[in-house]
Design a protein around this ligand. Structure first.
Ligand code: ATP
Ligand code: MG
Length: 368
């Protein structure tokens, strides 16, 4: 279109094309202004989803404290913030399109006026003028879509940036490469003068040394918040210690392959987590090829079998999201059965967690 315009009426073509650089410049300027606003919209959407998810899972607490009005106000506040951030983005987005249309109109008017003058002067034929008026529309009008495309692009990019930000989070713990075959693990655990603090907190464990011979059962007792659970999490290498060394069977856990390390530890967390699914699926979690007999055996060792068979569908009863259809103690027993099943040898010897020391360590994190 542009080329035929230049060939037909070089003098006027420049005026018709005059708005194009301004449109392009304006669009890129608009894009850079719009991006942070859409980012803010996504952030607010994240906050309100967080709030709602929290409220739904804490519904029993909210009701028991009759805090419905309080929570409603907080949701109201967050949803207003979400609405305002959307308004800010939309305000910019809708103000831009008329601006582009105005620039396009300017191109039209200039073509009509200057072309018309040339027709009157007789330097341009009426036919060519008619053709020009027709193509100037085809030349400039598509630019109105540019702002819509940019708007949608920025809207999508705001979401993409959040997802990519998550995907690109660097792995904080460099993996080790020494393998630790499950059948050769003895389970000797050695904490050597370790010091650890959570990010931005004062040290939980300072210069702590603890040696656990393979095959022994120990209990660690201490005040709440003294770092007992932290000790187990460090052994699983969820966090990196600042000083000292943790070794299993004499090998620094930093050198071990992380999946090998974690495979040889049966961890029953203090906050039991069950997945939405059946009782059997939850016990078999992590030991995905366990047979039903093995699952039942583990449940018996964890003293869970008796209550499981009394559930409406026995081992096929759905536990609900996070196991909400079970009691706290029942959830804990399933978690113990799950840890026992992970190590069939340990569950074979009359259910002592970490008993006799073959096949790794069992760590039960209890409370009270
Ligand atoms: N993810 C975390 N980020 C920051 N601080 C944490 C985190 N987890 C625990 N802490 C802090 O570290 C300290 C030790 O926590 P830990 O869970 O190890 O205590 P604990 O000895 O198991 O207590 P309890 O007997 O109550 O289970 C506490 O002061 C706690 O506030
Ligand atoms: Mg604890």
């Amino acid at each position: 279109m542009g080329i035929s315009f230049v060939l037909l009426a070089p003098g006027i073509a420049w005026f018709a094309m005059l708005p194009i650089p301004f449109i392009l410049w304006g669009t890129f300027l608009f894009q850079s202004r719009l991006a942070p606003r859409y980012d803010a919209v996504r952030d607010q959407a994240g906050l309100i989803s967080d709030r709602l998810a929290n409220n739904l899972s804490g519904m029993a607490t909210i009701k028991s404290f009759t805090a419905e009005a309080y929570e409603r106000d907080r949701v109201h506040h967050d949803s207003n913030a979400y609405r305002r951030s959307n308004e800010r983005a939309i305000a910019l987005s809708v103000s831009f399109q008329p601006l582009i249309r105005f620039l396009i109109l300017l191109g039209f008017v200039l073509t009509l006026y200057l072309g018309g003058r040339e027709v009157l002067r007789g330097t341009l034929t009426v036919g060519t003028y008619g053709f020009m008026v027709f193509i100037v529309q085809s030349l400039l009008w598509p630019f109105t879509e540019l702002s819509e495309i940019m708007d949608e692009y920025q809207r999508a990019m705001a979401s993409v940036r959040r997802v990519m930000g998550l995907l690109n989070t660097p792995i904080a713990m460099p993996p080790g490469h020494t393998s630790l075959p499950l059948n050769t693990v003895r389970g000797e655990v050695d904490f050597e003068a370790i010091t650890f603090a959570y990010d931005g907190r004062s040290a939980v464990l300072t210069d702590l040394s603890l040696y656990v011979t393979a095959g022994t059962t120990i209990g660690i007792v201490g005040a709440t918040g003294s770092g007992k659970s932290t000790l187990v999490k460090l052994l699983l290498r969820f966090y990196a210690i600042q000083n000292g060394r943790i070794a299993i069977d004499g090998v620094d856990i930093c050198d071990l392959n992380v999946s090998d390390l974690r495979r040889c530890i049966g961890w029953v967390s203090q906050d039991v987590f069950l997945f939405h699914g059946t009782v059997a699926e939850n016990i078999g979690y992590g030991s995905f090829d366990a047979t039903r007999d093995q699952i039942i055996h583990a449940a018996k060792s964890a003293e869970a079998h008796e209550f499981i068979v009394q559930l409406p569908q026995g081992y096929d009863t759905i536990v609900g999201e996070r196991g909400q259809k079970l009691s706290g103690g029942q959830r804990q027993r399933l978690a113990i059965a799950r840890a026992l099943l992970k190590d069939p040898l340990a569950s074979a010897d009359d259910g002592k967690v970490g008993g006799e020391g073959h096949g790794g360590s069992g760590w039960v994190d209890v409370m009270g």
